[in-house]
Design a protein around this ligand. Structure first.
Ligand code: NDP
Ligand code: 8X3
Length: 254
């Protein structure tokens, strides 16, 4: 029987790349996000290209009741989830503390922290029942180093880092692996979302570097997921070659 991977935030970027990577390896997929048109297109494309089954679940991870109801009604044949990739997330704004928008802060905390917790709480009991599982949490370099104007985005990813470590410890006794992935700059819709559709600002994020591609992160996650059952990568920082930390870039000049 095919293994099942649940990927949150599969409508774009890293989540979508993970969906294709795992489908190519024969996994059945549960894909989630808010944009139903993209989820349906992804399902059609993947089922055609890879002959695996795809279950689409549309919800906003910030909505606790909907997350709980969605997973409480998960069809039996989809309940044996082998891997959960907690990927849905965003940055909203990049402003100095005194100028930042409180709504942006709440959106980031509700999505990146609360959303991850709601989904995880729904899936962990299924993994405990199977006496195995693997949870992969999408952190960020922003969860390892605080940078100027990163304030609450950094705080949300520091929280993900702490939750990842806490899950690893508490779920140890259930044979559930937990892995934190912490990328630097990856070229996705992330910057466009952060700068609220401002294409010039978004493009400047990647100026002078060859950033990571979402497929690079999908390959890394897949590697972590395919290790033998006695091996667990707990924490992994990954950047492009021209980035050494949140602040250190070697940019091409011309
Ligand atoms: P994208 O903007 O390309 O994708 C984000 C995904 O998250 C989309 O599928 C989006 O789906 C989903 N999402 C966002 N908010 C919600 C929500 N409230 N409910 C459900 N789904 C949601 O960005 P990335 O692929 O780059 O980001 C994926 C993860 O990687 C994030 O957690 C991000 O913080 C992290 N990351 C990104 C880096 C980068 O440089 N790109 C670096 C380090 C970490 P939809 O809009 O359809 O709901
Ligand atoms: C995304 C990477 O450096 O913009 O998490 O925070 S960064």
């Amino acid at each position: 029987m095919n293994k099942i991977v649940l990927i949150t935030g599969a409508t774009a970027g890293i989540g979508e790349a993970c969906a294709k990577k795992f489908a190519a390896a024969g996994y059945n997929l549960i894909v989630t996000g808010r944009r139903i048109d993209r989820l349906q297109l992804l399902k059609t494309t993947i089922e055609t290209d890879y002959q695996v089954n795809v279950l689409v679940l549309q919800f906003d991870v910030q909505d606790r009741k909907t997350v709980e109801n969605t997973f409480a009604n998960l069809p039996v044949e989809w309940q044996k989830i082998d891997i959960l990739i907690n990927n849905a997330g965003l940055a909203a704004g990049r402003d100095s503390f005194e100028n930042a928008d409180m709504d942006d802060w709440e959106t980031m905390l509700n999505t990146n922290v609360h959303g991850l917790l709601y989904v995880s709480k729904a899936i962990v009991p299924l993994m405990i029942a199977q006496k195995k599982g693997h949870i992969i949490n999408m952190g960020s370099i922003a969860g390892k180093e605080v940078y100027e104007k990163g304030n609450v985005y950094c705080a949300s990813k520091f929280a993900v880092d702490a939750i990842n470590k806490a899950m690893r410890i508490d779920l140890l006794k259930y044979n559930i692996k937990v892995t934190g992935i912490h990328p630097g700059a990856v070229e996705t819709e992330f910057a466009l979302v952060r700068f609220k559709g401002n294409e010039n600002k978004a493009a400047s994020t990647y100026e002078g570097i060859v950033p990571l591609k979402p497929e690079d992160i999908a390959d890394t996650i897949f590697y972590c997921a395919q290790l033998p059952s006695h091996v667990c990568i707990n924490d992994l920082i990954i950047t492009c070659t021209q980035q050494a930390g949140a602040y250190y870039f070697h940019k091409n000049t011309q």
